[in-house]
Ligand binder design. Structure first.
Ligand code: GLN
Length: 436
């Protein structure tokens, strides 16, 4: 019943608006009348570990985008489909009967393809059967790694602004987050900033480059700071490299390729960003065998295995880019064009922007544009028809920077044109003045 009603709502909204159809096809819009009670029920039953985290900002903003019929430049998902050859591979796998569980840590051909692509992108060879675990997206890879490695009270250093699942997964694993705040507009990692967060209790640091939400690609000096501290304090590095192919400044370099880092780094990646299939949820963790055993120990009880037919398609996708770089060249060219268009739009209406070196996000200065903080700006913009992410959600809530708004530009040209039209429709200074 609910499914039928939802289907009708989805069709009617998606036919009226630009750029939301992909999201709407996959998500049940929650109306203003239902969000209150749902959140109340959540508050009543939720565990103490999770209570501080509330609803993910990505769900909140996508819900508001639907509610206000806004162009969704918030949650980072493409509003276009991934390549046909990968879809065809998935369809074939379904037709050919790959409908049952795979080996828990991945189909042999998928593990092999991941090892092959990691050799190219991260620059080291990994044993597909002993060092690669296929997971349900990189988010599960982060969770399985932390759940597999942490003992109660172990500390994990998180570099803020950071993706919201990191701290939540540390908490779910019984660990303690030590959060370090990078300062914009440079968002540089230095030894002076990071060192105070390390101690004999430090088990790991979460490192992400290209970085969500700043678009930074931390250079060799910055990665070197992380590597030195990890070695000095015998900590592991969880390296989230999901944007490794979406780069503008220079090719990505994995921290695992720095001297002595392979043995203490877990390279985390996914299919979602490179192939524009964020909903397929195929990810991986690549790590030395003893660490991999810990990751698999948790993974088998979380999801057991990732979806089998999609693993088949992932193998084909990864093998293809290992053999021929045309797809990746086109991907980077398209994203460079989108990046230029969105920077021109945002700077054109008076936002000061961080120019991303990688990823598909732009941070814009909400305070500089006259808003009192990022949440006020996001509320005002979503009512004006543009959904964004207030980047204060990426910080320790005791010490957030409320300056930045994140715009995602993994969108079709028509979506971005409509966003530009809406942004140009009223001066930003007026929006800021009337915002509260
Ligand atoms: N990684 C995506 C982003 O940063 C969102 C993922 C999610 O919705 N959990 O926007």
């Amino acid at each position: 019943m609910a499914g039928l009603a939802t289907g009708a709502a989805v069709t009617s909204v998606s036919s009226q608006s630009v750029g939301k159809d992909v999201y709407l096809r996959a998500n049940r819009p929650i109306g203003p009348g239902t969000s209150g009670p749902i959140l109340d029920i959540m508050t009543k039953h939720i565990s103490d570990r999770l209570a501080p985290f509330g609803e993910s900002i990505f769900s909140t903003m996508s819900r508001l985008a639907v509610e206000y019929k806004a162009i969704n430049l918030g949650q980072g998902f493409p509003d276009f489909d991934g390549p046909n050859f990968v879809k065809e591979a998935a369809k074939r796998a379904i037709e050919e009967g790959f409908g049952q569980y795979s080996r828990a840590f991945g189909l042999p051909e998928t593990n092999r393809a991941i090892a092959r692509s990691v050799a190219l992108t991260a620059g080291f060879s990994a044993d597909p059967d002993r060092e690669v675990t296929v997971t349900a997206g990189c988010t599960e890879a982060v969770a399985a790694t932390l759940l597999g490695l942490l003992n109660p009270g172990d500390e994990v250093v998180i570099v803020d602004p950071s993706y919201d699942s990191y701290a939540a997964c540390v908490a779910m694993s019984g660990g303690i987050s030590r959060r370090v705040r990078l300062e914009g507009p440079d968002f540089r990692i230095t030894d002076a900033l990071l060192r105070p967060a390390f101690s004999t209790r430090t088990r790991a640091i979460l490192f992400n480059s290209p970085h969500n939400p700043t678009g930074r690609m931390f250079d060799d000096d910055e990665a070197g700071v992380v590597a030195r501290l990890a070695k000095e304090f015998d900590a592991l590095v969880l390296s989230d490299e999901v944007y490794d192919q979406i780069t503008y400044a220079r090719p990505h370099r994995s921290i695992a390729s720095l001297d002595g880092m392979r043995e203490r780094t877990i390279v985390l990646g996914s299919l979602g960003k490179t192939f524009s299939f964020t909903g397929w949820k195929i990810g991986w963790a690549v790590a030395p065998e003893s660490i991999t055993r810990a990751i698999r120990g948790a993974h088998q009880f979380l999801t057991f295995c990732a979806p089998t037919p999609l693993q088949r398609a992932a193998a084909e996708a990864l093998n293809t880019i290992c053999e021929d770089d045309r797809y990746l060249i086109d991907l980077r060219r398209d994203y460079s064009d989108r990046r230029a268009f969105m920077l021109e739009t945002l700077e054109g209406v008076g936002f000061r922007c961080i120019h991303p070196e990688g990823s598909y996000f732009i941070l814009a200065d909400a305070l500089g544009a006259g808003f009192s903080d990022d949440v006020t700006a996001a509320k005002s913009l979503v009512k004006a028809g543009i959904a964004t992410i207030p980047a204060s959600a990426f910080y320790d809530q005791d010490n957030p920077d409320r300056r930045w708004l994140r715009f995602a530009f993994c969108k079709r040209e028509e979506t971005m044109r409509e966003a530009r039209r809406r942004l140009n429709a009223q001066p930003l200074s007026l929006l800021a003045k009337s915002a509260h």
